[in-house]
Design a binder for this molecule. Structure first.
Ligand SMILES: *Cc1c(COP(=O)(O)O)cnc(C)c1O
Length: 387
């Protein structure tokens, strides 16, 4: 495999074609004109290779596809208008009425809705399973199971699956595997090398990295990517604009630096919080106390910037005061992967009329951004004064 710098600086970019531009051009065009019938005919015959219309193929998006596939170590990749669209395309492309899908039991919320709300209407069945045990997965497989959907770690409580074992089981049974790798990205985990068939990301998070573009990625073999391109990709049209693709290309130039910094800060904060008297428990795949630490060591090169904390409190009011006190430093928002540190407190989903979460009120999911660790620590210390 090429090294990171080579991919980020050169892959997919031909500066001689771009009038020697250092930054790649934005082909802000919907369609491509050909000067003779023969060339137009060739473009029609294979719009996977030739730019014909931007819903299919656009040179700026193509540069991004080449880089993302190379970073992933896959043969090819598609870039979608969101991570949710990437997952939906990967799943829909491989099921029909009467098929069955097995999925980790706490997937990303819109992966859950894809199975329970959308595909259920079209006669596709599903089973959610606690996939920490390979035997539990094996037990729910059926003759009509077509897909195994993994998410390792998930982005709230970080349960892992043994990816090599899952891939081996699926191959034995003729089932395709998909993993949502948004937490790790290839910087920390390479599922293709472990035998997983399709890798899906929200590129909104670390790849773009500036909280200003929603983008999704699907990396896989040439055969699978071409299959999806010719069917779901062109039909559903969940594409990214050339301008947004260019913003992601700009984000990629600093992606290893950013994710490394975010990981180091998360490790520093999680380690410090674990010893703090106001903290009951810290969940972070990078800590020795992490329940699946051995598996994390085995298949991840590190842990990224999300970690979760159970504070010593049973009170909504206290937890609200904690959050409000630090909301200028840890912004209260969904998503992650940008400059700014964030938090998602479970108390948001708690109310006197009932809770819409199984997470306890003292649970907060944090994202460590690119600020100085001491600045973030000071805010947390200030907030914990309210507990
Ligand atoms: C954000 C996210 C998604 C969805 O990605 P979008 O780009 O928001 O559509 C999917 N999976 C995980 C784990 C995520 O964090």
């Amino acid at each position: 495999m090429k090294n990171w710098s080579e991919i980020i600086n050169h892959e997919g970019e031909d500066r001689l074609l771009f009038q020697h531009a250092v930054a790649p051009p934005i082909y802000q065009t919907s369609n491509f004109a050909y000067a003779d019938v023969q060339s137009l005919r060739a473009a029609f015959a294979d719009d996977y290779t030739h730019p014909l219309y931007t819903r299919g193929n656009n040179p700026t998006v193509e540069i991004l596809r080449r880089k993302l596939a190379a970073l992933e170590g896959s043969e090819d990749a598609l870039v979608f208008g969101s991570g949710a669209a990437a997952m939906a395309n990967a799943v829909i492309a491989h099921v029909k009425a009467g098929d069955h899908v097995v999925c980790v039991d706490k997937p990303y919320s819109w992966t859950n809705k894809l199975l329970t709300q959308l595909l259920a209407r079209f006669g596709v069945e599903h089973t959610f399973v606690d996939a920490r045990s390979i035997e539990d997965i094996r037990a729910v497989l059926r003759d009509n199971t077509r897909l195994l959907i993994l998410e390792s770690p998930n982005t709230m409580t970080y349960e892992l699956q043994d990816l090599a074992a899952c891939a081996a089981l699926a191959k034995e049974k003729g089932i395709l595997t998909i993993i949502d790798n948004s937490y790790c990205t290839p910087y920390f985990q390479k599922p293709i090398e472990l035998g997983i068939d399709m890798v899906v990301y929200s590129g909104t998070k670390y790849y773009n990295g500036h909280s200003d573009v929603v983008v999704g990625v699907l990396a896989s073999s040439k055969a699978i990517i071409r299959h999806i391109f010719e069917r779901e990709w062109m039909t559903l049209g969940a594409i990214i604009s050339p301008h947004d693709a260019w913003l992601v290309l700009r984000g990629l130039r600093t992606y290893p630096l950013r994710i490394q910094r975010s990981s180091e800060t998360a490790t520093a904060l999680a380690t410090w919080l674990e010893g703090h008297p106001k903290v009951e428990r810290v969940l972070y795949p990078g800590l020795d106390s992490f329940p699946q630490r051995e598996l994390a060591r085995q298949q991840m090169r590190g842990a990224s910037g999300l970690f979760s904390v159970y504070f010593k409190s049973n009170s909504i009011e206290q937890m609200e005061r904690f959050c409000n006190a630090i909301a200028d430093t840890f912004l209260m928002a969904v998503s992650w992967g940008g400059y700014e540190s964030l938090m998602m407190p479970a108390c948001v989903w708690h109310s006197p009329n009932g809770n819409t979460t199984t997470l306890p009120v003292n649970f907060v999911r944090f994202y460590a951004g690119l600020e100085e660790a001491d600045y973030l620590k000071a805010a947390l210390e200030r907030g914990m004064g309210e507990l």
